[in-house]
Design a protein around this ligand. Structure first.
Ligand code: SF4
Length: 442
């Protein structure tokens, strides 16, 4: 298993011993970052071709091909004459970990901050960026780690990196919200142009997840073929997974893509007997039945075939004693409270479905109520300025499907759970609706 470790030593004792927070130790462990040529004739430097050969996909949730992003930013800059005007591209590393259940970027930066910073340098150089930022949420302990690491490497970096700290809100980590925050300090999503077209201060902006950039740093050293030599051919490499809930040893582990989910759980000591199901991807992910998840491999395609997602790399086993509908209702209420309040279906639709779920969770409903819930869900999908309502609707729909037996119990006024205590952790609650974009997202 450990031959699939590339980003982080698997053993915590080895991590402590290596102390990769220090630049000297980092360089001794990973080797120096090679020189990266810049863009030429409207195309990114040759690193982009290696990233394409690697088949690297974004690890922040979307699993979008990274090489396409690199090309899109440079082409956008060239098309607008932006470079000629001195309005050069920008890089924003996204380490916000907006998915509250995910811990992978925190673990990565805590133990290997220079690998992420190497990735920022390599990406910035290959697209000709002159400004770079790394976003962590306000109050994060990562700020001091990054400040120290950035200061230590100031003499070798070609692009200065600044740590930015948007508020800890779910939608603040969306890529247009980050570009918006870097521009004028309001972390709400923006509709219309994507950041690669018009990002921070209107400049073409590459927004990439911290883990994605760490992989890019290794591709810069070893090449695309090396990266693609392990993992699933359609989404190669290794990836970090946050495994938690009813498992023996919760934590963040690195696995090759394509690893069977049963093997991932085995590395964490196994899941409890009677696990009620799995929350996959995070709050904006999908619920899936235990048997379905256990039949999957950790690839976007295989998980999707089982009704699950990888998303931000979260695999949460729901406690056997818990009521899945109560958990679903709690998360739906949280997600409704995280709306930026800009779009009607999100601002009004999410609280409505959260209310419906709350009734269902307490078994005070009839079939007409669940019918109304499904109708409301259908009205939300595809109608927001960003994917927040779609992700929430998917979470709810998959939950209702995965736990249809429990739905039937509740419609009969019963609940099969042995406890009503909350199981899945949520950030401190916010009232519904929030809808004060200017005030709450600064
Ligand atoms: S869908 Fe919701 S979170 Fe997204 S932009 Fe609209 S109000 Fe904001």
């Amino acid at each position: 298993m450990t031959d699939h470790v590339r980003l982080l030593p698997a053993d915590p004792a080895t991590r402590r011993l290596l102390d990769l927070r220090r630049l000297e130790a980092h360089t001794a462990h990973f080797g120096p970052l090679p020189t990266v040529p810049g863009p030429k004739e409207g195309r990114p430097g040759p690193l982009a071709e290696q990233v394409g050969i690697a088949g690297l996909r974004g690890r922040g949730g979307g699993w979008f091909p990274t090489a396409r992003k690199l090309h899109a930013v440079v082409e956008s800059a060239g098309a607008k004459g932006a470079i000629a005007r001195g309005n050069k591209p920008v890089v924003i590393a996204n380490a916000m970990e907006g998915e509250h259940l995910s811990n992978k970027d925190k673990v990565l930066i805590t133990h290997a901050p220079h690998l992420v910073l190497d990735g920022i340098q390599a990406a910035a150089t290959t697209i000709g960026a002159t400004s770079a930022f790394i976003a962590v949420h306000r109050g994060s302990p990562l700020v001091s780690i990054l400040d120290l690491a950035i200061a230590e490497r100031a003499r070798i970096d070609s692009v200065r990196v600044e740590v930015i700290t948007p508020p800890e809100r779910y939608v603040a980590s969306e890529e247009t919200a980050l570009a918006h925050w870097a521009t004028d300090g309001v972390a709400v999503p923006v509709y219309g142009a994507r950041p690669f077209q018009k990002g921070m201060n209107g400049r073409p902006t590459l927004v990439d997840n911290a883990e994605t950039l760490a992989h890019l740093a290794l591709i810069t050293r070893h090449g695309g073929a090396w990266f693609a030599s392990i993992g699933d051919p359609q989404a190669p490499g290794t990836t970090l997974v946050t495994v938690a809930g009813a498992v023996t040893h919760a934590g963040v582990i690195e696995v090759a893509t394509g690893t069977p989910v049963v093997d991932i759980l085995a590395r964490c000591g196994g899941a409890a007997i009677g696990v009620r199901g799995f929350l996959t991807g995070g709050y904006g992910g999908a619920w899936a039945r235990t048997d379905d998840v256990l039949a999957a491999q950790w690839t976007p395609v295989s998980m999707a075939a089982q009704g699950a997602v990888i998303g931000a790399g979260v695999l949460w086993a729901l406690e056997p004693d818990s009521c899945p509908l109560r958990e679903l209702a709690r998360i739906a209420a949280y997600m409704a409270g995280e709306s930026a309040g800009q779009c009607g279906p999100c601002r009004f639709g999410l609280p409505s479905v959260a209310d419906d779920l709350s009734l269902l969770a307490t078994a005070h409903v009839g079939p007409e109520d669940t019918h109304r819930l499904h109708e409301r869900l259908a009205l939300i999908v595809g109608r927001g300025g960003c994917k927040h309502p779609d992700g929430t609707a998917r979470l709810i729909s998959t939950g209702l499907h995965a736990f249809q037996d429990e739905v039937a119990h509740h419609l009969n006024g019963r609940c099969s759970a042995r406890t009503t205590a909350p199981s899945i952790p949520l950030p401190p609650g916010r009232s519904i609706p929030v809808a004060r974009a200017g005030k709450d997202f600064k």
